[in-house]
Design a protein around this ligand. Structure first.
Ligand code: KIV
Ligand code: ZN
Length: 393
Protein backbone atom coordinates (compact mmCIF):
# COMPACT_ATOMS: atom_id res chain seq x y z
CA UNK A 1 0.00 0.00 0.00
CA UNK A 2 1.36 3.42 -0.95
CA UNK A 3 1.64 6.35 1.43
CA UNK A 4 -0.90 8.14 -0.73
CA UNK A 5 -3.46 5.87 0.89
CA UNK A 6 -2.47 6.64 4.47
CA UNK A 7 -5.34 8.31 6.32
CA UNK A 8 -4.65 10.83 9.08
CA UNK A 9 -6.84 10.22 12.10
CA UNK A 10 -7.77 13.50 13.76
CA UNK A 11 -9.38 12.65 17.07
CA UNK A 12 -11.84 15.15 18.48
CA UNK A 13 -13.15 13.12 21.43
CA UNK A 14 -11.73 15.77 23.77
CA UNK A 15 -13.31 18.68 21.88
CA UNK A 16 -16.41 17.90 19.75
CA UNK A 17 -17.08 14.82 21.87
CA UNK A 18 -16.52 16.57 25.14
CA UNK A 19 -18.82 19.49 24.30
CA UNK A 20 -21.89 17.22 24.04
CA UNK A 21 -24.36 16.44 26.85
CA UNK A 22 -23.06 14.15 29.59
CA UNK A 23 -19.50 14.18 28.22
CA UNK A 24 -17.71 17.05 29.93
CA UNK A 25 -14.30 16.13 31.33
CA UNK A 26 -11.94 17.68 33.82
CA UNK A 27 -8.38 18.46 32.78
CA UNK A 28 -7.25 15.38 34.69
CA UNK A 29 -9.76 13.18 32.85
CA UNK A 30 -8.77 14.66 29.50
CA UNK A 31 -5.16 13.83 30.26
CA UNK A 32 -6.03 10.23 31.10
CA UNK A 33 -8.03 9.90 27.88
CA UNK A 34 -5.26 11.60 25.90
CA UNK A 35 -2.82 8.94 27.12
CA UNK A 36 -5.07 6.22 25.65
CA UNK A 37 -5.50 8.12 22.40
CA UNK A 38 -1.75 8.55 22.05
CA UNK A 39 -1.21 4.83 22.70
CA UNK A 40 -3.95 4.07 20.20
CA UNK A 41 -1.93 5.96 17.59
CA UNK A 42 -4.11 8.93 16.64
CA UNK A 43 -2.18 11.39 14.47
CA UNK A 44 -3.78 14.59 15.73
CA UNK A 45 -5.42 15.16 19.06
CA UNK A 46 -7.86 18.07 19.31
CA UNK A 47 -7.68 18.82 23.01
CA UNK A 48 -10.14 21.68 23.36
CA UNK A 49 -11.51 25.08 22.42
CA UNK A 50 -9.30 27.38 24.55
CA UNK A 51 -11.47 30.51 24.35
CA UNK A 52 -14.52 28.54 25.50
CA UNK A 53 -13.37 27.95 29.09
CA UNK A 54 -10.41 28.03 31.43
CA UNK A 55 -10.61 24.22 31.61
CA UNK A 56 -10.29 23.90 27.85
CA UNK A 57 -7.35 26.29 27.82
CA UNK A 58 -5.61 24.28 30.55
CA UNK A 59 -6.41 20.98 28.84
CA UNK A 60 -4.77 22.11 25.59
CA UNK A 61 -1.76 23.34 27.57
CA UNK A 62 -1.49 20.16 29.61
CA UNK A 63 -1.89 17.77 26.68
CA UNK A 64 0.70 19.78 24.71
CA UNK A 65 3.21 19.57 27.55
CA UNK A 66 2.53 15.95 28.44
CA UNK A 67 2.45 14.41 24.94
CA UNK A 68 5.08 16.05 22.74
CA UNK A 69 4.97 13.13 20.32
CA UNK A 70 1.50 13.88 19.03
CA UNK A 71 0.23 16.83 17.00
CA UNK A 72 -2.11 18.85 19.23
CA UNK A 73 -4.92 20.95 17.76
CA UNK A 74 -6.83 23.76 19.42
CA UNK A 75 -10.09 25.13 18.06
CA UNK A 76 -10.84 28.80 17.50
CA UNK A 77 -13.51 30.79 15.75
CA UNK A 78 -12.18 32.88 12.87
CA UNK A 79 -11.61 35.84 15.17
CA UNK A 80 -8.43 37.38 16.51
CA UNK A 81 -8.96 36.85 20.23
CA UNK A 82 -9.84 33.17 19.76
CA UNK A 83 -6.79 32.57 17.61
CA UNK A 84 -4.52 34.32 20.12
CA UNK A 85 -5.96 32.22 22.93
CA UNK A 86 -5.48 29.00 20.95
CA UNK A 87 -1.90 30.00 20.09
CA UNK A 88 -1.18 30.70 23.77
CA UNK A 89 -2.58 27.35 24.89
CA UNK A 90 -0.47 25.61 22.25
CA UNK A 91 2.73 27.47 23.13
CA UNK A 92 4.39 24.34 24.59
CA UNK A 93 3.26 21.93 21.88
CA UNK A 94 6.03 20.41 19.77
CA UNK A 95 3.64 20.07 16.83
CA UNK A 96 0.85 22.62 17.26
CA UNK A 97 -2.11 23.11 14.95
CA UNK A 98 -4.55 26.02 15.10
CA UNK A 99 -7.94 24.91 13.87
CA UNK A 100 -9.97 27.94 12.91
CA UNK A 101 -13.52 27.83 11.60
CA UNK A 102 -16.36 29.92 10.26
CA UNK A 103 -19.71 28.91 8.82
CA UNK A 104 -20.11 29.27 5.06
CA UNK A 105 -23.68 28.17 4.28
CA UNK A 106 -26.27 30.77 3.35
CA UNK A 107 -28.44 29.53 6.24
CA UNK A 108 -25.71 30.39 8.75
CA UNK A 109 -24.77 33.61 6.95
CA UNK A 110 -28.34 34.82 7.08
CA UNK A 111 -29.50 33.68 10.52
CA UNK A 112 -26.28 33.56 12.54
CA UNK A 113 -24.16 36.34 11.12
CA UNK A 114 -26.30 38.52 8.88
CA UNK A 115 -23.22 38.86 6.68
CA UNK A 116 -22.52 38.49 2.97
CA UNK A 117 -20.52 35.73 1.32
CA UNK A 118 -17.80 38.28 0.50
CA UNK A 119 -17.50 39.29 4.17
CA UNK A 120 -17.21 35.69 5.32
CA UNK A 121 -14.61 34.90 2.67
CA UNK A 122 -12.55 37.86 3.82
CA UNK A 123 -12.83 36.83 7.48
CA UNK A 124 -11.80 33.26 6.67
CA UNK A 125 -8.71 34.42 4.79
CA UNK A 126 -7.81 36.91 7.52
CA UNK A 127 -8.15 34.26 10.21
CA UNK A 128 -5.88 31.82 8.40
CA UNK A 129 -3.28 34.52 7.72
CA UNK A 130 -3.37 35.59 11.37
CA UNK A 131 -3.09 32.00 12.64
CA UNK A 132 -0.10 31.52 10.35
CA UNK A 133 1.76 34.21 12.31
CA UNK A 134 1.77 31.80 15.29
CA UNK A 135 2.08 28.32 13.80
CA UNK A 136 2.95 26.69 10.51
CA UNK A 137 0.12 24.18 10.62
CA UNK A 138 -3.30 25.82 10.23
CA UNK A 139 -6.52 23.98 9.58
CA UNK A 140 -9.52 25.87 8.28
CA UNK A 141 -13.03 24.44 8.71
CA UNK A 142 -16.00 25.67 6.71
CA UNK A 143 -18.78 24.98 9.16
CA UNK A 144 -21.94 23.61 7.47
CA UNK A 145 -19.91 22.97 4.31
CA UNK A 146 -22.42 20.42 3.02
CA UNK A 147 -25.19 23.05 2.87
CA UNK A 148 -22.89 25.62 1.30
CA UNK A 149 -23.19 26.59 -2.35
CA UNK A 150 -20.59 24.43 -4.16
CA UNK A 151 -19.06 27.25 -6.25
CA UNK A 152 -18.71 29.43 -3.18
CA UNK A 153 -17.27 26.49 -1.22
CA UNK A 154 -14.61 26.07 -3.86
CA UNK A 155 -13.84 29.79 -3.82
CA UNK A 156 -13.38 29.74 -0.02
CA UNK A 157 -11.32 26.54 -0.13
CA UNK A 158 -8.87 27.91 -2.69
CA UNK A 159 -8.66 31.29 -0.95
CA UNK A 160 -7.77 29.81 2.47
CA UNK A 161 -5.16 27.54 0.90
CA UNK A 162 -3.68 30.58 -0.87
CA UNK A 163 -3.57 32.21 2.58
CA UNK A 164 -1.56 29.28 3.94
CA UNK A 165 -4.05 26.70 5.28
CA UNK A 166 -2.34 23.32 5.39
CA UNK A 167 -5.62 21.49 5.79
CA UNK A 168 -9.17 22.36 4.74
CA UNK A 169 -11.92 20.58 6.60
CA UNK A 170 -15.39 20.40 5.04
CA UNK A 171 -17.70 19.31 7.85
CA UNK A 172 -21.11 17.81 7.47
CA UNK A 173 -21.99 19.80 10.56
CA UNK A 174 -25.64 18.82 10.74
CA UNK A 175 -25.33 15.29 9.36
CA UNK A 176 -27.22 16.29 6.24
CA UNK A 177 -25.24 14.75 3.42
CA UNK A 178 -25.33 11.36 1.74
CA UNK A 179 -22.28 9.33 0.67
CA UNK A 180 -22.61 10.05 -3.07
CA UNK A 181 -23.28 13.75 -2.56
CA UNK A 182 -20.49 14.19 -0.03
CA UNK A 183 -18.05 12.22 -2.21
CA UNK A 184 -18.84 14.54 -5.14
CA UNK A 185 -18.25 17.67 -3.10
CA UNK A 186 -15.03 16.36 -1.58
CA UNK A 187 -13.74 15.21 -4.99
CA UNK A 188 -14.31 18.71 -6.34
CA UNK A 189 -12.38 20.33 -3.46
CA UNK A 190 -9.53 17.80 -3.77
CA UNK A 191 -9.17 18.76 -7.43
CA UNK A 192 -9.39 22.46 -6.59
CA UNK A 193 -6.51 22.40 -4.08
CA UNK A 194 -4.48 20.10 -6.30
CA UNK A 195 -2.24 18.70 -3.55
CA UNK A 196 -1.49 22.07 -1.90
CA UNK A 197 -3.42 21.14 1.27
CA UNK A 198 -4.98 18.10 2.85
CA UNK A 199 -8.74 17.82 2.48
CA UNK A 200 -10.36 16.68 5.70
CA UNK A 201 -13.80 15.39 6.61
CA UNK A 202 -15.84 15.74 9.77
CA UNK A 203 -19.24 14.07 9.78
CA UNK A 204 -22.10 14.16 12.26
CA UNK A 205 -24.48 11.26 12.55
CA UNK A 206 -27.95 12.83 12.44
CA UNK A 207 -29.03 10.46 9.65
CA UNK A 208 -26.79 7.61 10.81
CA UNK A 209 -24.47 8.23 7.84
CA UNK A 210 -21.39 9.71 9.49
CA UNK A 211 -19.13 6.71 8.92
CA UNK A 212 -20.45 6.01 5.40
CA UNK A 213 -20.04 9.67 4.45
CA UNK A 214 -16.49 9.79 5.84
CA UNK A 215 -15.51 6.69 3.89
CA UNK A 216 -17.10 8.02 0.68
CA UNK A 217 -15.04 11.18 1.17
CA UNK A 218 -11.87 9.16 1.57
CA UNK A 219 -12.67 7.38 -1.70
CA UNK A 220 -13.01 10.80 -3.29
CA UNK A 221 -9.55 11.87 -2.08
CA UNK A 222 -9.94 13.19 1.49
CA UNK A 223 -6.94 12.15 3.56
CA UNK A 224 -7.90 13.24 7.06
CA UNK A 225 -10.89 11.99 9.02
CA UNK A 226 -12.12 13.74 12.15
CA UNK A 227 -13.82 11.34 14.51
CA UNK A 228 -14.39 10.37 18.13
CA UNK A 229 -14.24 7.28 20.32
CA UNK A 230 -17.68 5.67 20.69
CA UNK A 231 -18.92 8.28 18.18
CA UNK A 232 -19.65 10.81 20.92
CA UNK A 233 -20.32 14.37 19.82
CA UNK A 234 -22.97 17.00 19.23
CA UNK A 235 -26.56 15.65 18.95
CA UNK A 236 -26.33 12.18 17.32
CA UNK A 237 -22.55 12.30 17.57
CA UNK A 238 -19.55 12.25 15.26
CA UNK A 239 -18.24 9.46 13.05
CA UNK A 240 -16.99 6.69 15.36
CA UNK A 241 -13.23 6.23 15.17
CA UNK A 242 -13.43 2.50 15.89
CA UNK A 243 -15.95 1.88 13.11
CA UNK A 244 -13.90 3.78 10.53
CA UNK A 245 -10.65 2.06 11.44
CA UNK A 246 -12.13 -1.43 11.54
CA UNK A 247 -14.05 -0.93 8.28
CA UNK A 248 -10.80 0.00 6.53
CA UNK A 249 -9.04 -2.96 8.11
CA UNK A 250 -11.64 -5.66 7.60
CA UNK A 251 -12.76 -4.50 4.12
CA UNK A 252 -9.34 -3.45 2.90
CA UNK A 253 -10.22 -5.09 -0.41
CA UNK A 254 -12.78 -2.31 -0.98
CA UNK A 255 -11.26 0.35 1.25
CA UNK A 256 -7.52 0.08 0.55
CA UNK A 257 -6.44 2.66 3.12
CA UNK A 258 -4.29 2.45 6.21
CA UNK A 259 -4.10 4.30 9.52
CA UNK A 260 -1.65 4.38 12.39
CA UNK A 261 -4.23 3.01 14.83
CA UNK A 262 -3.44 -0.07 16.92
CA UNK A 263 -6.87 -1.69 16.66
CA UNK A 264 -6.22 -3.88 19.73
CA UNK A 265 -6.59 -0.78 21.87
CA UNK A 266 -10.00 0.20 20.50
CA UNK A 267 -12.08 -1.61 23.09
CA UNK A 268 -9.90 -0.47 26.04
CA UNK A 269 -10.17 3.12 24.75
CA UNK A 270 -13.94 2.78 24.50
CA UNK A 271 -14.12 1.36 28.02
CA UNK A 272 -11.97 4.12 29.47
CA UNK A 273 -14.10 6.81 27.84
CA UNK A 274 -17.28 5.16 29.16
CA UNK A 275 -15.84 5.19 32.66
CA UNK A 276 -15.06 8.91 32.40
CA UNK A 277 -18.27 10.25 30.84
CA UNK A 278 -21.82 9.47 31.92
CA UNK A 279 -22.70 6.77 29.37
CA UNK A 280 -21.22 3.93 27.36
CA UNK A 281 -21.97 2.84 23.82
CA UNK A 282 -25.34 1.21 23.19
CA UNK A 283 -25.12 -2.61 23.53
CA UNK A 284 -25.50 -3.20 19.78
CA UNK A 285 -22.89 -0.59 18.84
CA UNK A 286 -20.49 -1.86 16.15
CA UNK A 287 -17.05 -3.00 17.32
CA UNK A 288 -17.22 -1.90 20.98
CA UNK A 289 -20.83 -2.54 22.10
CA UNK A 290 -21.39 -5.29 24.67
CA UNK A 291 -23.33 -7.34 22.11
CA UNK A 292 -20.95 -6.78 19.20
CA UNK A 293 -19.52 -10.26 19.75
CA UNK A 294 -22.49 -11.94 21.44
CA UNK A 295 -24.62 -14.65 19.89
CA UNK A 296 -27.98 -15.76 21.21
CA UNK A 297 -29.94 -17.33 18.36
CA UNK A 298 -29.59 -21.12 18.35
CA UNK A 299 -28.76 -21.33 14.65
CA UNK A 300 -26.06 -18.69 15.05
CA UNK A 301 -24.62 -20.34 18.16
CA UNK A 302 -24.51 -23.70 16.45
CA UNK A 303 -22.77 -22.19 13.38
CA UNK A 304 -20.40 -20.18 15.55
CA UNK A 305 -19.43 -23.25 17.59
CA UNK A 306 -18.67 -25.14 14.36
CA UNK A 307 -16.61 -22.27 12.99
CA UNK A 308 -16.58 -18.68 14.22
CA UNK A 309 -16.33 -17.34 10.65
CA UNK A 310 -19.93 -18.38 10.06
CA UNK A 311 -21.23 -15.45 12.10
CA UNK A 312 -18.24 -13.27 12.96
CA UNK A 313 -16.28 -11.06 10.56
CA UNK A 314 -13.98 -9.55 13.18
CA UNK A 315 -11.79 -11.51 15.62
CA UNK A 316 -12.67 -9.99 19.03
CA UNK A 317 -8.99 -10.00 20.05
CA UNK A 318 -8.11 -7.86 17.03
CA UNK A 319 -10.08 -4.97 18.50
CA UNK A 320 -9.20 -5.72 22.12
CA UNK A 321 -12.47 -7.40 23.10
CA UNK A 322 -11.58 -10.25 25.53
CA UNK A 323 -13.81 -12.89 23.89
CA UNK A 324 -17.02 -13.64 22.06
CA UNK A 325 -20.02 -14.44 24.20
CA UNK A 326 -22.70 -16.99 23.72
CA UNK A 327 -25.74 -15.53 25.42
CA UNK A 328 -28.07 -18.15 26.75
CA UNK A 329 -31.64 -17.04 26.24
CA UNK A 330 -34.86 -18.35 24.80
CA UNK A 331 -33.40 -18.42 21.27
CA UNK A 332 -30.46 -20.58 22.26
CA UNK A 333 -30.09 -24.21 21.34
CA UNK A 334 -28.73 -27.40 22.87
CA UNK A 335 -25.25 -26.92 21.40
CA UNK A 336 -24.69 -23.65 23.17
CA UNK A 337 -26.08 -25.01 26.44
CA UNK A 338 -23.84 -28.08 26.20
CA UNK A 339 -20.86 -25.83 25.52
CA UNK A 340 -21.72 -23.64 28.53
CA UNK A 341 -22.08 -26.70 30.84
CA UNK A 342 -18.69 -27.82 29.62
CA UNK A 343 -17.20 -24.33 30.18
CA UNK A 344 -18.63 -24.36 33.68
CA UNK A 345 -16.72 -27.56 34.33
CA UNK A 346 -19.41 -30.26 34.03
CA UNK A 347 -19.40 -33.32 31.83
CA UNK A 348 -22.95 -34.55 31.50
CA UNK A 349 -24.71 -37.46 29.97
CA UNK A 350 -27.09 -36.92 27.09
CA UNK A 351 -30.05 -37.60 29.39
CA UNK A 352 -28.87 -35.08 31.98
CA UNK A 353 -28.33 -32.50 29.28
CA UNK A 354 -31.85 -33.11 27.97
CA UNK A 355 -33.25 -32.58 31.43
CA UNK A 356 -31.27 -29.40 31.97
CA UNK A 357 -32.28 -28.17 28.56
CA UNK A 358 -35.97 -28.59 29.45
CA UNK A 359 -35.49 -26.63 32.67
CA UNK A 360 -33.42 -24.05 30.86
CA UNK A 361 -36.00 -23.38 28.12
CA UNK A 362 -38.74 -23.02 30.75
CA UNK A 363 -36.70 -20.35 32.57
CA UNK A 364 -35.46 -18.69 29.36
CA UNK A 365 -39.02 -18.28 28.12
CA UNK A 366 -39.79 -16.11 31.12
CA UNK A 367 -36.55 -14.09 31.28
CA UNK A 368 -34.27 -12.01 29.07
CA UNK A 369 -31.30 -14.32 29.62
CA UNK A 370 -30.13 -17.11 31.89
CA UNK A 371 -27.11 -16.49 34.11
CA UNK A 372 -24.25 -18.91 34.75
CA UNK A 373 -25.17 -19.33 38.42
CA UNK A 374 -28.72 -20.33 37.41
CA UNK A 375 -27.36 -22.90 34.97
CA UNK A 376 -24.98 -24.24 37.61
CA UNK A 377 -27.92 -24.64 39.98
CA UNK A 378 -29.89 -26.58 37.35
CA UNK A 379 -26.87 -28.84 36.77
CA UNK A 380 -26.46 -29.43 40.49
CA UNK A 381 -30.15 -30.30 40.85
CA UNK A 382 -29.95 -32.78 38.00
CA UNK A 383 -26.68 -34.43 38.98
CA UNK A 384 -27.80 -34.70 42.59
CA UNK A 385 -30.35 -37.18 41.37
CA UNK A 386 -29.39 -40.84 40.97
CA UNK A 387 -28.32 -40.65 37.28
CA UNK A 388 -24.63 -39.69 37.39
CA UNK A 389 -22.92 -36.52 36.20
CA UNK A 390 -19.25 -36.00 36.78
CA UNK A 391 -17.65 -32.70 37.65
CA UNK A 392 -14.76 -32.40 35.21
CA UNK A 393 -12.40 -30.54 37.52
O1 KIV B 1 -19.28 20.09 13.16
C1 KIV B 1 -18.56 21.06 12.89
O2 KIV B 1 -18.76 21.78 11.91
C2 KIV B 1 -17.45 21.33 13.79
C3 KIV B 1 -16.44 22.33 13.34
C4 KIV B 1 -16.11 23.28 14.43
C5 KIV B 1 -15.23 21.63 12.81
O3 KIV B 1 -17.32 20.71 14.82
ZN1 ZN C 1 -18.52 18.85 14.74
Amino acid sequence: MTDANRITIFDTTLRDGEQSPGCSMTVHEKLAMARKLVDLGVDILEAGFPIASEGDFEAVQAVSAEYPGVRVAALSRAVKMDIERAAKALAKAKAPRIHTFIATSDIHLKYKFNKSREQILEEAVKAVSFAKTFVEDVEFSAEDATRTDADYMEQVTVAVVDAGATCVNLPDTVGWSTPDEYGEMIGRMVRAVDGRAVISVHCHDDLGLAVANSLAAVKAGARQIECTINGIGERAGNAALEELVVAMKVRNDRLPYSTNIDARLLYPASQLLSSIITFGPQPNKAVVGENAFAHEAGIHQDGYLKHRSTYEIIEPGEVGVPESRLVLGKHSGRHALAQRCNDLGFRLTKEQLNEIYNQFTAVADRKKGVRNDEITQMIRDVIARPAEGVRAS
